[in-house]
Design a protein around this ligand. Structure first.
Ligand code: ARG
Length: 583
C-alpha cells in the first residue's frame, strides 16, 4: 500500500468537504512521537489565513469528517490547529495482510518510463579505486529501485575507453611493454607503462607528439593500434567483470565513449550550423552567458558563468563533453529513452549542467538528472587513501571487508550468538562483507561526504547491513521453531499491544518509502526505513512472545514476523544486498 498517499487523499477530500474549498493540500506527515497518533495533518493552518477563520475551528470541522472514515480510529485537533490521526488497528492489519499476500508487498507500480542509468563508468586500463565504489553501488541500487517500481531501465556502463591516454599507452607499450606481464597482470602492467609514458611526455615534446600521432592513427582506424587498444579494453573488461560479479552489479549495455566516436564530427557540425556553438580562439565552444535562449533552457547559474562547453579543441581533438552530447542523442534517437540519469561524482556538476543545457538547446526533450554524490573520507577528513597517499584499490577494500566479516563471524560463532555452519561460511562472509560495504555507502545521503568507519560498517547491532541481515535470519528462525512454512504464509497480523502497533505502523510505510526513494533517487531513505523496522521488530520480539509455552504459536504475531522478513529481504535486495536464511 501507499498509506501516506492514501491518507493524504482522504484528508484532502475531508478538507474539501468540510470547508467547501477546492484543491486543498493536507500537508500530512508521520508524527514524531506515537503519543500523538500516527499521522499529523497541518493543512488547516494555511487555509485559516485564506478563509479568515481560526485554524482550530477549521480543524475541528475536518476532524469530524475524518472520524467517520473506516481507516481512522481517532482524529484529534491539537496545538494551534493540527489534526492528529490514529489509524483503526483492524483496518491497518487488513491492509498489511493484503501486502503480505502480494508478491510486490503491496507496492504499486508507476507508468513505465524508459530510463537509461549511466553508472560506474570507470576509465579503462586502470584499476578500480574506492572512488568508483559510490557510482557503482548507488547506481546499481537506483537501477534496482526504479525497476521495482515499474520503469523500463537500461543500465549502461559508459566506460572511459577513448582518449589521450591511449596514445600514451601505445607509445609506452612499444617502448617499455612486457608481453608476458601484459598477459599475467594486465592492469598492473598498463598502469606501470602509463606512469612512465605520461612522465616522459611531460618533459619530452617529441615523445608527446608521437603519442598524439598514435592516438590520431588509432582514431582513424589504424589496424595495429586498433588491435592494441582492443587488447587494453579486453584486459580491463576481464578485471572489471570479476569485480562486478563480486559486487553483484550488472549492466544491460557497455556503450563506452568509443561507441560514439563516429558521431562526434556530426555533433560539432550541427552545433555550429545551428548557431549554438561558435569558434573561439580556434576551439569550438558552446557559451551560455550570451546564448540565445527563447525557451529558457539554460539554468541561471550556468547563464552567469563564462565557462563554455568545449566540443572541439584547437588541434581538432574532441572532448568528454562532445561524447556526452553524442550519447544523449543516441539515447534519445536509438534507445528511445524518456530519461537519462548520470550517477557521477558531485564535482562534475558543472559538466552535466552544460551537457543538459546544450542538449535542450538542440531541442532534445528528455528528463536529465545528474545524480551526484560526495567523497569518501578517511579519519583525517581528506579523501580516503592508503598510508603512502595512493588511492585505495576497490579490491583491497572488499578483501578487507570480507576479512573483517570473517573475524566477526568467528567471534559470534564462538560465543554462540551466531550459528553459521562450516559449509555456509564462505557464502556468509561474502554476503555480510560486501553487504556491509554497500550499506555503509548507501545509508548516507548521497550528496554528502562521509567518513569511512570500518567498525561501524561491520556491526551486528547498529545501523549496518550485518544487523539487518541478522534480524532477517532471526525472523526465519522463528518460523522454523514454530514449524510453520514461511512461503505463502499470509495470516492477518495484529496491532493491539503498543509494540505490535509500532511495528505495524512501521511496516505500513514501505510502499511510501520505496516510492520516495525512486522519485528522489535517494537510496538512503530505504536504509532508514529498514533500520527503524529492524529496531521496531526487535522491541516487539522481546516483549511479545510469538511462540508461547502454553498457548503455542500466535499466528497473527507470526504474520508481523513474516512481513518484517519480507520487507527486510526485499528492501535489502533493492540496495543490492543479500540475505542469509540462517545466521
Ligand atoms: N569516466 C568518467 C569518470 O571516470 C565518468 C563517466 C560518467 N558518465 C558520463 N556519461 N559522463 O569520471
Amino acid at each position: 500500500m501507499r498509506l501516506e498517499r492514501e491518507l493524504s487523499d482522504l484528508a484532502e477530500a475531508a478538507i474539501e468537504k468540510a470547508l467547501d474549498v477546492d484543491d486543498a493540500s493536507a500537508l500530512l506527515r508521520p508524527t514524531q512521537d506515537r503519543k500523538h497518533g500516527d499521522y499529523q495533518i497541518n493543512g488547516c493552518m494555511a487555509l485559516a489565513k485564506k478563509l479568515k477563520k481560526p485554524p482550530r475551528e477549521l480543524a475541528t470541522a475536518v476532524a469530524e469528517v475524518l472520524a467517520g472514515e473506516a481507516a481512522i480510529e481517532k482524529a484529534e485537533v491539537a496545538g494551534p490547529g493540527f489534526i492528529n490521526l490514529t489509524l483503526e488497528p483492524t483496518w491497518l492489519t487488513g491492509r498489511l495482510q493484503a501486502d503480505l499476500k502480494s508478491a510486490r508487498l503491496g507496492v504499486p507500480s508507476v507508468r513505465a518510463k524508459r530510463t537509461v542509468i549511466d553508472y560506474s563508468s570507470p576509465n579503462i586500463a586502470k584499476q578500480m579505486h574506492v572512488g568508483h565504489l559510490r557510482s557503482t553501488v548507488i547506481g546499481d541500487a537506483i537501477a534496482r529501485i526504479l525497476r521495482f517500481v515499474g520503469h523500463d531501465v537500461i543500465a549502461d556502463n559508459h566506460l572511459g575507453d577513448w582518449g589521450t591516454q591511449y596514445g600514451l599507452l601505445i607509445v609506452g607499450m612499444n617502448e617499455w611493454g612486457d608481453e608476458s606481464a601484459l598477459d599475467e597482470k594486465p592492469l598492473d602492467e598498463l598502469e606501470r607503462v602509463y606512469k612512465l609514458a605520461s612522465a616522459r611526455a611531460k618533459e619530452d615534446e617529441a615523445f608527446a607528439d608521437a603519442a598524439r600521432q598514435e592516438l590520431a592513427k588509432l582514431q582513424a582506424g589504424d589496424e595495429t593500434n586498433r588491435a592494441m587498444w582492443k587488447r587494453f579494453v579486453a584486459a580491463t573488461r576481464a578485471t572489471l567483470d570479476v569485480m562486478y560479479a563480486r559486487l553483484d552489479v550488472h549492466f544491460d549495455e557497455w556503450l563506452g565513449e568509443s561507441a560514439y566516436h563516429d558521431m562526434l564530427p556530426g555533433v560539432v557540425d550541427e552545433l555550429l550550423d545551428r548557431g549554438i556553438a561558435r569558434i573561439d580562439d580556434g576551439a569550438v565552444c558552446v557559451f551560455f552567458h550570451d546564448q540565445d535562449d527563447p525557451a529558457g533552457v539554460i539554468p541561471k547559474k550556468l547563464r552567469k558563468s563564462e565557462a563554455p562547453l568545449i566540443v572541439r579543441k584547437r588541434d581538432g581533438a574532441y572532448l568528454y563533453g562532445t561524447t556526452d552530447i553524442a550519447t544523449v542523442k543516441y539515447r534519445k534517437e536509438s534507445m528511445n529513452a524518456d530519461a537519462s540519469l548520470y550517477v557521477v561524482d558531485q564535482r562534475q556538476a558543472q559538466h552535466f549542467s552544460q551537457v543538459f543545457a546544450t542538449a535542450r538547446l538542440l531541442g532534445i526533450e528528455m528528463e536529465f538528472e545528474h545524480i551526484g554524490f560526495g567523497t569518501i573520507l578517511g579519519d583525517d577528513g581528506t579523501p580516503l587513501r592508503t598510508r603512502d597517499g595512493s588511492p585505495i584499490r576497490l579490491k583491497s577494500l572488499l578483501d578487507e571487508a570480507e576479512a573483517g566479516a570473517r573475524a566477526k563471524i568467528e567471534e559470534g560463532r564462538q560465543s554462540g550468538r551466531l550459528r553459521i555452519a562450516d559449509e555456509d561460511l564462505d557464502e556468509a562472509v561474502a554476503t555480510i562483507g560486501i553487504g556491509a560495504v554497500k550499506y555503509a555507502d548507501l545509508a548516507q545521503n548521497r550528496a554528502t561526504d562521509y567518513t569511512f568507519d570500518f567498525e561501524k560498517m561491520i556491526s551486528f547491532s547498529g545501523d549496518a547491513a550485518p544487523y539487518l541481515q541478522y534480524q532477517y535470519a532471526r525472523c526465519r528462525s522463528i518460523f522454523r521453531k514454530a514449524e510453520v512454512d514461511f512461503d505463502g504464509f499470509a495470516e492477518r497480523p495484529v496491532a493491539e499491544h503498543e509494540l505490535e502497533r509500532e511495528l505495524a505502523q512501521q511496516l505500513a510505510r514501505f510502499g511510501d518509502v520505496v516510492h520516495r526513494a525512486a522519485d528522489t533517487y535517494l537510496p538512503h531513505v530505504i536504509c532508514e526505513h529498514l533500520f527503524r523496522l529492524a529496531q521496531a521488530f526487535s522491541r516487539f520480539y522481546t516483549e511479545c512472545p510469538v511462540i508461547d509455552k502454553e498457548s503455542g504459536v500466535s499466528e497473527p504475531r507470526l504474520a508481523l514476523v513474516a512481513l518484517t522478513a519480507r520487507q527486510l529481504k526485499t528492501g535489502l535486495g533493492l540496495l543490492g544486498i543479500g540475505t542469509l536464511e540462517r545466521m
